[in-house]
Design a protein around this ligand. Structure first.
Ligand SMILES: [Zn+2]
Length: 409
């Protein structure tokens, strides 16, 4: 058990090839146009500068599992209880959360990428050359209108973080949260009380916007952008009249440099990884799970299992290598179900359930009080899509508004 520190001090030989291969492939995929102005491009360049022979060697040793010594087993058992006991021990001081759309669906935030949000059906009216164009930076620069029309349509009526978001806030208050890596752009982590420092918003955020004029880059706030979106004007810079774009990462744009700089230090230095509400399909975000030390436990709270080794993906250098069930499984735990329920279950085991529930109801009451004022002002009642938003928001509380049972005929 004490061997843990040693393993951290000198980078484990077995893990290094995995990291290099993943980094190289991620760097290659990330952007063919990634230029040398990228602050960490020298290091990324180092990874992609591997000779082909090195790359093959790494690949073979990983694929065939050569040269890897048996890693220390940190969890007593591969269950939520096992994770809980570890979290309450002295050994668990730094927790990274990796989260995706699944933690926000209960808040009524549509998952932009998943079908069923009505997104793709709605796109026809914009005469796009192909659906993805709406999120492509090159298309946006020529035709910003479709993106803003869609943003208006999908803009959440209310920003109310979920139990899962507040569970991360609790981790922070307990001094356990090293960082939250989120793929979400909905700013709910911030609303729940995580600070800039706590967060890596890997796919950017709606929280701030910038002028797209390359010499201007003036910053704009969420309130400013929201007003523009609902006034149906294309948001234009007050200084230079260029289009202003929310700081979400479009296809064809680099991920924030904060993502690349912090992942290097954070993931070598973590005692527990909690992955919630993401199917780990989007790179390079998904490859983060393979960056933790070989003995760091990984807890997945999600509707379905994901991130498991897949021979094709590992050949491509993206082997996440989660292993929940095989006889070799030693550190990965999957809790399948709703993210909020998973967090409640874990909080219960940790003895934090009451605290979490009180935090949620206190914060939600404060948000309700605020938005009650807004509704009083008529601010949110005038949104053209307010009806659709309300329907979405009612989802998390199914009991309340259920229609009466059908009358017998
Ligand atoms: Zn400007």
């Amino acid at each position: 058990m004490e061997k843990r520190e040693d393993a951290e001090a000198e980078p484990p030989a077995a893990a290094a090839p995995e990291v290099d291969a993943a980094a190289a492939a991620a760097a290659a995929v990330r952007d063919s146009e990634s230029d040398s102005s990228e602050p960490d491009s020298d290091e990324e360049g180092g990874a992609s500068g591997l000779t082909e022979m090195d790359f093959l060697k790494n690949l073979l040793s990983r694929t065939l599992n050569l040269g890897s010594e048996k890693p220390e087993k940190v969890l007593e058992e591969l269950t939520l209880e096992g994770v809980c006991r570890f979290m309450l021990s002295e050994k668990c001081k730094r927790v990274i959360c990796m989260v995706g759309a699944g933690i926000s669906t209960a808040a009524g935030i549509p998952d932009f990428r998943s079908p069923g949000t009505g997104l793709y059906a709605n796109l026809q009216q914009y005469n796009l050359p192909y659906p993805e164009a709406i999120f492509e930076i090159s298309y946006f620069k020529e035709h910003p209108e479709p993106f803003f029309a869609l943003a208006r349509e999908l803009y959440p009526g209310q920003f109310k973080p979920t139990i899962c978001h507040y569970f991360m806030r609790l981790l922070k208050e307990k001094g356990l949260l090293l960082r939250c890596y989120t793929q979400n752009i909905d700013t709910l982590e911030r609303v729940a009380g995580l600070s800039n420092e706590d967060l890596v918003e890997a796919h950017g955020t709606f929280f701030t916007s910038h002028c797209t004029g390359s010499f201007c880059r003036k910053t704009y706030s969420l309130d400013w952008m929201k007003e523009k979106i609902f006034s149906s004007d294309i948001p234009k810079c007050e200084k230079c009249q260029s289009v202003v774009k929310p700081d979400i990462v479009f296809f064809g744009e680099n991920l924030p440099s904060r993502f690349f700089s912090l992942m290097k230090s954070d993931f070598h230095n973590v005692d527990l990884l909690i992955i919630m509400g993401t199917s780990l399909q989007v790179q390079p975000f998904a490859s983060l799970v393979s960056r933790v030390p070989t003995n760091t436990p990984r807890l997945l709270i999600n509707k379905e299992k994901t991130g498991e080794s897949d021979s094709f993906m590992s050949l491509m250098g993206f082997g996440c290598g989660m292993d929940f069930d095989s006889e070799k499984a030693y550190r990965d735990v999957a809790w399948l179900g709703d993210c909020d329920q998973g967090c409640l279950a874990l909080a219960d085991l940790l003895g934090w359930k009451k605290e979490l529930e009180e935090l949620v109801s206190r914060e939600h009451a404060a948000i309700d009080a605020k938005s009650g004022q807004a509704v009083g002002d008529g601010a949110s009642a005038s949104h053209p899509s307010a009806k659709g938003q309300q329907q979405q928001q009612q989802k998390p509380s199914p009991k309340k508004e259920d229609p009466p049972p059908n009358k017998e005929e």
